[in-house]
Design a binder for this molecule. Structure first.
Ligand SMILES: NC(=O)c1ccc[n+]([C@@H]2O[C@H](COP(=O)([O-])OP(=O)(O)OC[C@H]3O[C@@H](n4cnc5c(N)ncnc54)[C@H](O)[C@@H]3O)[C@@H](O)[C@H]2O)c1
Ligand SMILES: [Zn+2]
Length: 411
């Protein structure tokens, strides 16, 4: 008997049990308690003898009122530091249908920012709003300042006010750009992210970092702008091109080393929710990247160098996965981790079908030069490395060591 990926999370045990039995009764199935591997919370799963994302279950959820649906998916509250405000991240099949519920009550105009290939149209759910869809071009090159300016001009011509809302529907490119334009238009208007790529759901749409690229480097222009809500609808992943899905798996590999453990043992919905929880915890403890948040950049120093050297041909998650192995090789050379840990990094990265070797055609000097340009290069080159106290930021000036670790990754 398979377990449906319907996990009932909620504020208290009694309401979880009630929601689980109601859903199980509707499906003619049973519900049972299970211990969450991430949080040790007692939650309920609904068992069925069907495929993991059973059509029957989805139909039952989608036919029900939105409140019931919210009870049947993961709802994670992401708490903002200082302000004490929080916003929901809803993870599960059909989560996009929560959109009308999470829009700010005063919003009249909804500016949807998306891309042609995303194919998620939510205008029929927004019958009470004036909706315009702004389609940006595809790919990393859409994250440009002139695209931000064009969108802002279009918003102004339309008469958007600070009560209105931007809804970014897409992967990290769309949520980074949509979040950024929302953060600067009228000194900041609300944004809701509907994340439709695996990478977006587990990372890019969570945590409030947004921005665009400059010709001089990636994400050099940006801001912190927390969304009003994030909807991670796992159904949208069905249309995602294979390479994009694999790129998401590369980023997912990172969470293994940030306390995620054996994430690959979980059903997809739980896995996405587990990554969201880890990121939410880290962000809540350090919203502005003063310290702990930097661990989310594990694997990213090499990744950003590979992405800019390869003029963005390599996918972000693929670059991160290779960057994890490099970070392990560097940490090993500093005596922070042993060879067994390095082998574990290689195993996990390979498990997700990612490359553990550097792409051809990029020299060591070029890569090290690009390390220095990374925006996290505050003073010397800052790496995020594993060690006896877990993953943390470490400054490195030893060029020979960095070169030696790069050599260890040549095929
Ligand atoms: N802000 C952050 O904290 C953060 C974190 C990680 C990454 N990022 C950024 O995210 C970006 C990468 O995001 P990405 O990997 O999601 O790539 P992406 O946004 O380029 O999306 C990949 C492709 O998939 C298409 N697509 C999206 N959803 C689809 C769907 N459901 N079905 C079919 N096609 C779909 C897109 O149109 C695009 O062509 C990078 O710019 C990176 O810098 C930001
Ligand atoms: Zn990343």
């Amino acid at each position: 008997m398979d377990i449906l990926p319907i996990v009932i999370d909620g504020t208290d045990t009694a309401s979880r049990r009630t929601a689980a039995s109601a859903l199980a009764a509707e499906l003619g199935r049973s519900s049972q308690p299970s211990q969450s591997p991430q949080t040790d919370d007692l939650r309920w799963v609904v068992a069925a003898d069907d495929a993991p994302d059973s059509l029957q279950a989805r139909q039952a959820i989608q036919a029900g009122p939105i409140d019931e649906m919210l009870a049947a998916v993961h709802r994670i509250e992401l708490v903002e530091v200082g302000e004490g405000r929080s916003y929901p991240v809803v993870v599960g099949p059909g989560a996009r249908r929560c959109l009308p519920r999470v829009l700010p009550p005063k919003a009249k105009r909804v500016a949807v920012v998306t891309q042609a290939g995303v194919g998620v149209d939510l205008s029929d759910t927004l019958t009470d709003h004036d909706v315009r869809v702004f389609t940006i071009e595809d790919g990393e090159r859409a994250k440009r300042f002139d695209v931000v300016a064009d969108l802002a001009s279009a918003f102004a011509q339309w008469g958007m006010t600070r009560n209105d809302v931007v809804v970014a529907i897409g992967g990290g490119v769309v949520t980074d750009l949509g979040g950024f334009v929302a953060s600067v238009y009228h000194r900041g208007i609300p944004v809701v992210h509907v994340a439709t790529t695996l990478l977006g759901q587990i990372d890019a749409a969570i945590g409030g970092k947004c921005g665009v690229n400059l010709p001089e480097g990636k994400n050099l222009l940006g801001s912190f702008w927390q969304p009003a809500a994030v909807l991670c609808d796992t159904d949208t992943l069905h249309t995602l091109p294979g390479r994009e899905y694999r790129s998401g798996l590369g980023e997912l590999a990172k969470y293994h080393f940030l306390g995620g453990g054996e994430l690959d043992a979980l059903p997809l919905v739980d896995r996405v929710a587990a990554c969201v929880r880890i990121k939410a915890d880290v962000v809540a403890s350090d919203e502005r990247e003063g310290g702990r948040r930097a661990i989310l950049n594990y694997g990213h120093t090499l990744a950003h160098a590979l992405e800019s050297a390869g003029t963005y041909e390599i996918r972000h998650g693929e670059a991160v996965a290779t960057g994890l192995v490099y970070a392990a090789e560097v940490a090993h050379r500093l005596g922070r981790i042993d060879s067994i840990e390095v082998a574990e990094h290689r195993r996990v990265v390979e498990h997700y079908g990612q490359s553990t070797t550097l792409p051809a055609g990029i020299g060591n000097d070029e890569i090290i030069e690009l390390f220095g340009r990374d925006k996290k290069a505050l003073d010397g080159i800052t790496f995020v490395l594993d060690g006896p106290d877990g993953v943390e930021s470490v400054r490195i000036d030893d060029r020979d060591l960095l070169t030696d670790a790069l050599e260890a990754m040549r095929p």
